[in-house]
Write a protein of this length. Structure first.
Length: 299
């Protein structure tokens, strides 16, 4: 069993920061690029970049593993296409991050209903807590959800199934190869759909290229590579607790960069969703609290 590692903690916190800052990169990119073209180009660049570090793993895959990766990538692509439209219409990135984070809460019930996997009591408590938080967010408009909220929630539903299939696939193949293929599939899907329904810019500006590369290389490639490495240094339960920080960082970054502010209802709704994330991973939280108290933590 892996020991608690301070190095892993620091790296995973950096991963959550990279994930959060990628929301800002993406929002800036959408000022000059249509949503699907952006998400497609971003993920295709990221997939190719990661593939460069996974040549040996990719060449060793069987046809069945390629097919499994393609299925994961297709589902991931659907969720990301919905997510990017949510981001395009969103007026508050922090709110969107909390809604999207519900995906991790939906994993247990979705896995239970589809695969009959065991579900903990804490998961059943977390789900209604998160849904109440989501309802509070929609109360802002008198129970009329905004388009961005619907897109984010739909993305979360599909993303939860993606997490399940990705976890099952990763148990039988290289994580880096799986990531490279799935990200590339997202990219191809986004670009192909964009070609049919969106109007592409006539030329690429310096700022467009800047935000796109930051999103692809730092917000996606570096994030996933670092996450894979950091998770290998610690236990899954320990990593799971730290990863819930992403929506918190996103809200703070959005407040600092875009001067976004939440109303009382938004703050209450996001607070309940964050509480649901803690409840959902309560057994992991207990392990994490025990681990950080160890005097023999390794760096």
């Amino acid at each position: 069993m892996k020991a608690h590692s301070l190095k892993a903690d620091i790296l995973l916190i950096i991963v959550t920061l990279l994930a959060a800052v990628s929301w800002m990169f993406s929002k800036e990119s959408l000022a000059e690029m249509p949503p699907l073209l952006f998400i497609g180009t971003r993920f295709l660049l990221a997939g190719v970049f990661i593939a460069l570090f996974s040549k040996r793993s990719l060449t060793g895959l069987s046809s069945a593993q390629w097919l499994t990766s393609a299925k994961v990538g297709t589902l991931f692509g659907m969720s990301m296409c919905l997510w990017i439209f949510g981001l395009f219409y969103s007026k508050n990135l922090g709110e969107g991050a909390f809604i999207t984070s519900i995906a991790s809460i939906l994993v247990a019930p979705v896995s239970y209903f589809i695969f009959k996997d065991k579900i903990d009591r804490s998961n059943w408590i977390a789900l209604p807590t998160a849904l109440i938080g989501l309802a509070l967010l929609s109360l802002e408009n008198g129970f009329k959800p905004e388009a961005s909220q619907l897109f984010f929630f739909a993305a979360a539903i599909i993303l939860s199934l993606t997490f399940i299939l990705n976890g099952r696939a990763a148990a039988n193949m290289s994580a880096s190869a799986l990531t490279a293929i799935s990200l590339s599939f997202v990219g191809v899907m986004g670009i192909v759909i964009s070609a049919f329904i969106e109007i592409w810019p006539q030329q690429a500006t310096g700022s467009m290229v800047q935000w796109l590369l930051l999103s692809a290389i730092i917000g996606t490639s570096a994030r996933f590579l670092l996450q894979t490495y950091a998770q290998g240094l610690t236990t899954p339960s320990h990593a799971a607790v730290i990863m819930i920080l992403e929506p918190v960082w996103t809200a703070l970054i959005a407040a600092a960069w875009f001067d976004e502010r939440m109303t009382g209802l938004q703050a209450s709704g996001c607070g309940l969703i964050f509480a649901a994330l803690l409840i959902n991973r309560w057994s992991n939280v207990r392990i994490w609290l025990k681990n950080i108290g160890l005097k023999s933590a390794k760096f």
